[in-house]
Design a protein around this ligand. Structure first.
Ligand SMILES: C[S@@+](CC[C@H](N)C(=O)[O-])C[C@H]1O[C@@H](n2cnc3c(N)ncnc32)[C@H](O)[C@@H]1O
Length: 225
């Protein structure tokens, strides 16, 4: 289901992709037990590879993640920055969650406890991104309700530097009925709302459709240069 709006292919192709995707989600319990070096990371591994490719291309000096969970995703990003040989000040990560669900630590990572849209958290986030010596990149992976993601988009998108990315995760919630148990609206609708009034961002369809199936349809938002 990559980016349902742009992906080339016939109806049969899309049916096959969707069927495979649903089976993969069931088989992996929605990627709930994926690990990075033994640490839980709650990501579709194909999408995680696209994140790796993007981090390598952008070389973010400041990477902000909402939704730390058990800490594996931010640890993975920190290890990538290590492998890229970036000096610590040229590759820092700030990750935010309402709960502390891990005991991990890494010199590049700052862990914040609180809601991603709370004023005191936003103040720390702004201080972190201010005067960044290089690109700022954002990954939104916290509360996936449409209202919260819309709020996050408004507050975090201005931090993204031209040519860099904001990844809005898990728009798949709005695409697959298996996630519609309680009828909530999610990130994909928030992204569409956001794009209506933010022409400074565009969807990177190539990244969204990189591996045909993705949890993040229309999720890769590039700030125009
Ligand atoms: C999908 S998990 C994040 C997965 C993690 N990024 C990973 O890849 O392993 C979502 C997390 O968002 C957190 N969360 C929920 N509401 C939040 C909010 N308002 N602000 C920050 N984090 C929130 C939850 O506690 C949960 O740990």
């Amino acid at each position: 289901m990559s980016d349902g709006h742009q992906q080339p292919g016939t109806l049969v192709d899309r049916w096959v992709e969707r069927r495979f995707f649903k089976k993969l989600i069931k088989k992996t319990r929605n990627f709930g037990d994926v690990t990075w070096l033994g640490n839980p990371v709650w990501q579709n591994v194909l999408d995680l590879w696209t994140i790796q490719e993007t981090i390598a291309a952008v070389r973010p000096a400041r990477l902000i993640e909402t939704g730390t969970n058990r800490g594996g995703s931010s640890l993975f990003y920190a290890h990538l920055l290590d492998l890229m040989g970036l000096a610590h000040d040229m590759g820092k990560i700030l990750t935010i969650d309402i709960e502390r669900l891990h005991t991990l630590a890494h010199p590049r990572i700052t862990y914040l406890l609180g809601s991603s849209t709370a004023p005191e958290i936003l103040q720390s986030v702004h201080a972190f991104a201010k005067d960044s010596p290089g690109p700022v990149m954002v990954i939104l992976d916290s509360d996936h309700s449409r209202a919260h993601v819309r709020d996050e988009l408004e507050r975090y998108a201005p931090l993204v530097t031209p040519g860099s990315y904001l990844l809005c995760q898990d728009g798949v919630i709005d695409e697959l009925p298996m996630f519609h148990k309680h009828g909530e609206e999610g990130p994909l609708l928030a992204v569409k709302d956001f794009l209506d009034s933010h022409p400074e961002f565009e969807v990177d369809h190539q990244r969204c459709g990189r591996f045909l199936i993705s949890h993040h349809p229309m999720g890769w938002l590039r700030r125009k240069a």
